[in-house]
Design a protein around this ligand. Structure first.
Ligand SMILES: [Zn+2]
Length: 271
């Protein structure tokens, strides 16, 4: 079978005899690994098309159950992603997250479009990279049917009136009444409960329904972002098995840089 498909390169690894294995998020077939003899180095067209992050058009053949890539042309290289360490860290995390989320050979066109839009916006973005990454993660979690419950308490079903926590294992809000009845020392730690203020809760309710485009100019406050990143990371690890990513540390490390940026951009409120 011969096919052409659009795709985003997730990974490139060397195999025997100068061959390479390309892990591709193809629009048509989902995630797949394809062996190729195309040159992965140098400056020719196909080598550019085999680099991670590249969005391109790929010629594939499947024989005896294995994919082979016999053609590759880059449509967009997203080279500017690598220009800044923090931007690169964010994109690496999003790429690895996507790779881990996707099952083998199961088409996911909505996630494909979301990822492509994310990289396009990221390439043009000049700061607050992790706001966009948080929005991307949240939307991906929604697309995967693992949206957290943010309207009512997951334990008693009531709309919380007092304090509220986010229960990672519970998959949503846990009201203070329910939390207190447990009466277990260290219950928060054991059950992965995180306090939520209304700022964070409002952001969490706002994020998933909006198109990614609406985040073009949005920059979340640092404490909100920090809490949100941790919740999303642990929620995805617990409910989708997407955890322990190699790029996780870099993604978190990005916080220091953005904080500096926050205080250095000249329009703070400290008058
Ligand atoms: Zn409750």
């Amino acid at each position: 079978m011969d096919a052409y498909t659009e795709g985003i390169v997730l990974r490139q690894t060397k195999t025997l005899n100068g061959r390479r294995m390309i892990t591709l998020f193809s629009k048509e077939f989902g995630k797949l690994g394809a062996g190729t003899n195309l040159a992965g180095r140098g400056r020719d067209k196909s080598s550019l098309a085999l680099r991670p992050f590249t969005y391109g058009s790929y010629g594939l053949r499947k024989s005896r159950g294995a994919w082979h890539m016999n053609g590759a042309e880059a449509l967009r290289g997203f080279y500017r992603i690598a220009e800044e360490p923090e931007k690169f860290a964010n994109c690496s995390y999003a790429l690895e997250f996507t790779e881990k989320l996707l099952p083998e050979e199961s088409p996911a066109p909505a996630l494909f479009d979301l990822a492509l839009e994310y990289f396009e916006m990221m390439e043009a973005r000049r700061k607050k990279f992790d706001t966009l990454t948080a929005a991307f993660l949240f939307k991906a979690i929604h697309l995967w049917g693992a949206a957290p419950e943010l309207g009512k308490c997951v334990r008693c079903g009531k709309e919380p009136r007092g304090g509220v926590r986010f229960g990672v294992r519970d998959g949503g809000l846990v009201c203070d009444d329910c939390r207190e009845t447990e009466n277990i020392p260290d219950a928060d730690k054991d059950r992965l409960l995180y306090p939520l203020d209304f700022g964070i809760l409002n952001v969490m309710r706002y994020l998933p329904g909006r198109p990614l485009k609406s985040f073009e100019r949005l920059a979340l406050d640092e404490p909100v972002l920090r809490a949100l990143k941790r919740i999303l990371r642990e929620h995805a690890a617990w409910h989708l098995g997407v955890g322990g990513l190699k790029s996780e540390e870099f993604f978190n490390g990005g916080l220091t840089i953005s904080r500096k940026e926050l205080h250095g951009d000249g329009h703070g409120n400290h008058s």
